[in-house]
Design a protein around this ligand. Structure first.
Ligand code: GLA
Length: 376
């Protein structure tokens, strides 16, 4: 049964290939699956923040920094993973329930992500593995989604990119107790090398938008670590839900309609989402036309909207954006991801910014390919 499923999925999805009879034969008694090596990139969102959970659009890009897992199943019932960035290893029983109550009790804290993935993948056996990463943690470059997707693929999760994304999102939500959106998982599983993805969250469809050769993206850390504040993110989600109560999902609302929202705060939240979705579409057109000046202007407008209407910026992020915009050759800059600290992304002429000039960390990032897994 498992064999047939693997073969079928092998034809449709990019995350699996059939386990050969020879490989199965190596473990006849235990039917221990073969070892796997997975890789999942991080992502930078070029434009379109806080639109995913509103059924809107965004334009994120998978980057050439990411997380790798090498996992060797054995006949035990424990998943043991060591990470090169953590002192303590993760040790999770294969039958841990998919419930926040159980997952939040897992120690150390980073192991909760592993536990969430074990709970959604339900691997047949335990095993031992190693995690390595080139992603900065807590910088808003999706280090947690990269960890989750990479672990899930190494544990044997298979399927189409939206399926893998949905399952990993579910496990991460249960592990953290936060209702995060699906942008990070979707872009890292669906990415195309050399392109950003125009994602429509109404149906999870994704269209590649080629990054022009003259465009360079530099991600600069604000120095303010972003431990995604559960309450602030949840509060914005709740405000959007309240604003959409009479109008339907904000990502598809007519701009005129938001004038009818009586509460001024909710009206501003809705205005951000509606105008941000417009900016995303214009940004995609500007990229296709190679109009980097226009793309930069849209990024600046996006930052302003996130700062004033959506109120997820911080003085450190605002100052960094202002400083970057003074540098010749910088077309535009904006906070990227949830906000509340973390990173700014700048669109520049090649070589306009030197990552070494930023003590809190900066990375010149390239549009990279999607997450993948191979049998070893
Ligand atoms: C976080 C979430 C995403 C998205 C962004 C804001 O990164 O994980 O789903 O909501 O914030 O755009």
């Amino acid at each position: 049964m498992g064999h047939i499923r693997s073969e079928r999925l092998c034809n449709s999805g990019r995350f699996s290939r059939a386990v050969t009879a020879e490989e199965e034969a190596l473990h006849p008694a235990l039917r221990v699956p073969p070892p796997r090596h997975s890789h999942c990139p991080g992502r930078v969102n070029l434009i379109g923040d806080h639109t995913d959970y509103n059924g809107g659009v965004a334009l994120p890009m998978a980057i050439d920094l990411g997380t790798d897992v090498v996992f060797e199943p054995d006949s035990s019932e424990l998943i043991v993973l060591k990470s090169d960035t953590e002192d303590e290893h993760a040790e999770v029983h294969v039958k841990i329930p998919l419930e926040h109550e159980y997952l939040r009790a897992v120690r150390p804290a980073w192991a909760r992500y592993v536990a969430g993935m074990v709970a959604v993948v339900r691997p047949r056996t335990g095993g031992w593995g190693r995690i390595t990463t080139t992603l900065p943690v807590g910088a808003g470059l999706s280090s947690s989604a990269a960890l989750c997707v990479s672990v899930a693929l190494a544990l044997g999760l298979e399927g189409s990119p939206p399926r893998v994304a949905r399952i990993c999102q579910r496990g991460e939500q249960e592990a953290t107790g936060m209702q995060g959106g699906i942008m990070d998982q979707l872009v890292t599983t669906s990415a195309v090398e050399g392109a950003a993805l125009l994602i429509d969250f109404a149906d999870l469809s994704a269209r590649p938008v080629l990054v022009p050769e003259a465009a360079e993206f530099v991600v600069v850390h604000s120095g303010q670590s972003r431990n995604l504040p559960v309450t602030a993110y949840a509060a914005r989600r709740a405000e959007c839900e309240a604003a959409s109560y009479h109008l339907g999902p904000l990502g598809h609302v007519d701009p005129e309609a938001i004038l009818g929202i009586p509460d001024p705060t909710l009206r501003r939240r809705a205005r951000h989402v509606v105008t941000e979705c417009d900016r995303v579409r214009w940004f995609a057109r500007a990229m296709v036309a190679g109009d980097l000046g226009e793309a930069g202007r849209l990024m600046i407008a996006s930052h302003q909207s996130l700062a004033t209407d959506f109120e997820v910026s911080t003085p450190a992020l605002d100052q960094l954006v202002a400083k970057l915009l003074e540098v010749p050759g910088v077309h535009g800059a904006r906070l990227t991801g949830a906000g509340f600290g973390g990173c700014v992304v700048a669109l520049t002429e090649p070589g306009a910014l030197d990552p070494d000039d930023f003590p809190a960390g900066a990375w010149r990032v390239r549009a990279s390919k999607a997450a993948s897994v191979e049998l070893l």
